[in-house]
Design a protein around this ligand. Structure first.
Ligand code: ZN
Length: 203
């Protein structure tokens, strides 16, 4: 295919993408020019063979799992107990989380999207994102006040050494609610490539 034809294909594809039906069934929202849906970037789902168990019912990509184990071990040596609350989430589970809670709380899609990604748009589906808590403060699990715990202070000071970074700091330009408990791994080329659009957006 010549360059011109390729260019035309891109233009046609771009137009199609803008006019195509909404990407998430049951959600009347369309992606913005940069591909985000209600603030969230699209992410592929990790395949089962790409995942390793880190605890019963919890899975991550092996390189993220190994780094997280080192992080937890070193935190523990400093007297801080970091607990993994959530790791890989299949798109189907994300769909239930998004729509069931939305219905339960009678939220609009936009309101819901501030605190939960629509299915197909969650960093958790990549197998590189985790929700972390302070094991001594279960009352602050998935609560913005988690940032007052020893675990959060330790993460803020050290997580980067294990290639974990907070995805949604306060007033993030993506417009997602402040989530001090949600961290993503960026220590491999695959992970870096996946999160590059989000990174570029933040810079
Ligand atoms: Zn999360």
């Amino acid at each position: 295919m010549g360059l011109l034809a390729l260019g035309t294909a891109f233009v046609v594809f771009g137009t199609l993408r803008r006019t195509a039906s909404p990407p998430v069934a049951g959600l009347d929202a369309r992606p913005s020019e940069d591909g985000r849906l209600l603030g969230h970037f699209p992410y592929p789902e990790a395949r089962p063979e790409q995942l390793a168990a880190i605890a019963p019912g919890l899975q991550l990509r092996p390189e993220a799992a190994e780094s997280l184990r080192a992080l937890q071990r070193d935190a523990q040596a400093d007297g801080v107990r970091i607990q993994v609350l959530s790791a890989f989430r299949p798109v189907e589970l994300q769909r239930r989380l998004f729509f069931d809670v939305k219905a339960e709380r009678n939220q609009s899609a936009r309101t819901r999207a501030q605190v939960s990604a629509p299915p197909g748009y969650s960093e958790h589906s990549t197998g590189y994102a985790v929700d972390l808590g302070d094991a001594t403060r279960p009352d602050l699990h998935l609560n913005p006040d988690f940032d007052a715990t020893a675990a959060f202070r330790w993460l803020k000071a050290n997580a980067h050494r294990y290639h974990f970074q907070m995805s949604f700091p306060r007033s993030n330009p993506q417009g997602v609610s402040y989530e001090p408990w949600h961290w993503r791994y960026e220590g491999s080329t695959t992970a870096l490539r996946l999160f590059e659009p989000a990174q570029r957006f933040t810079r």
